[in-house]
Design a protein around this ligand. Structure first.
Ligand code: GSH
Length: 245
């Protein structure tokens, strides 16, 4: 059995989508990041970067229990465990890994910073909002060029590079001002037609729909946890105030 520790965020939805694609049974456990659960010693022992998702495979290599942290490493682990969604060798494998790394190194961190500065930072961060809006739009352009040349990010076939990236595009469409305005006009991704085609195609996959539904099982609990968080909890979550290092 596989245990997934997380919340309703895109980095966790990647993992429930992957598990649904693979047909592997799993249990989900909520981590209240606004209450600081990710800093508990027993969680840090398994996920030393104090973040979700964390996956624990009771049937790891050699039959032992294996904890895996970082969503990219989890996707790679599951792909190698099953032999699915990652070519076994050669140029196609390298290309899938390149686009997986683009998600881990660029899409996740830059999109995340834009969420921070548009939603959570105190007023007066115009430079940061502009910087991350510009960077996110640059990344949209990179994905658009890739998906104009290739049906999927990594290769001609759907892979873990798509699984990693899709939930972030989904989340972005609902929250970034430059996309929500376009969404109100009917198509958030209208400026990026190849990205839009890819986004809709993957969104039709039944495993993706199940993965999103399961990944968002904790949405209400996350909203309640967010609502219950006091200023000290937000300072801890954002590493500021007395938690600043
Ligand atoms: N690079 C990490 C990022 C994960 C991440 O940012 N997780 C957030 C929720 S989406 C988290 O656990 N935040 C808690 C914290 O930073 O204390 C991954 O891809 O797994």
């Amino acid at each position: 059995m596989i245990d997934v520790y997380g919340m309703s965020s895109p980095n966790v939805v990647k993992i429930t989508i992957m598990l649904e694609e693979l047909g592997l049974p799993y249990r989900q456990h909520h981590v209240n990041v606004f209450a600081g659960d990710q800093h508990a010693p027993e969680f840090l022992r398994l996920s030393p970067n104090n973040k979700v998702p964390l996956l624990v495979d009771e049937d790891g290599p050699g039959g032992g229990k294996l904890p895996v942290f970082e969503s990219g490493a989890i996707l790679l682990y599951l792909a190698e465990k099953t032999g699915k969604l990652l070519p076994p060798a050669g140029v196609e494998r390298t290309t899938v890994l390149e686009w997986l790394m683009v998600q881990i190194a660029s899409v996740g961190p830059m999109f995340g910073q834009l969420v921070h500065f548009t939603r959570y930072a105190p007023q007066g961060n115009e430079y940061s909002v502009q910087r991350y809006t510009s960077e996110v739009r640059r990344i949209f352009g990179v994905l658009e060029r890739r998906l104009t040349a290739s049906p999927y990010l990594g290769s001609a076939a759907y892979s873990i590079a798509d699984v990693a990236t899709w939930p972030w595009i989904r989340t972005a469409s609902g929250i970034y001002p430059f996309l929500t305005a376009a969404a109100e006009r009917g198509d958030a991704l209208g400026e990026w037609p190849a990205l839009g085609r890819w986004f809709r195609l993957i969104g039709e996959r039944p495993a993706v729909q199940r993965g999103v539904a399961n990944g968002e099982r904790f949405l209400d609990r996350d909203r309640a946890a967010f609502g219950a968080a006091d200023p000290d909890a937000f300072d801890r979550f954002f590493n500021r105030g007395k938690y600043q290092r």
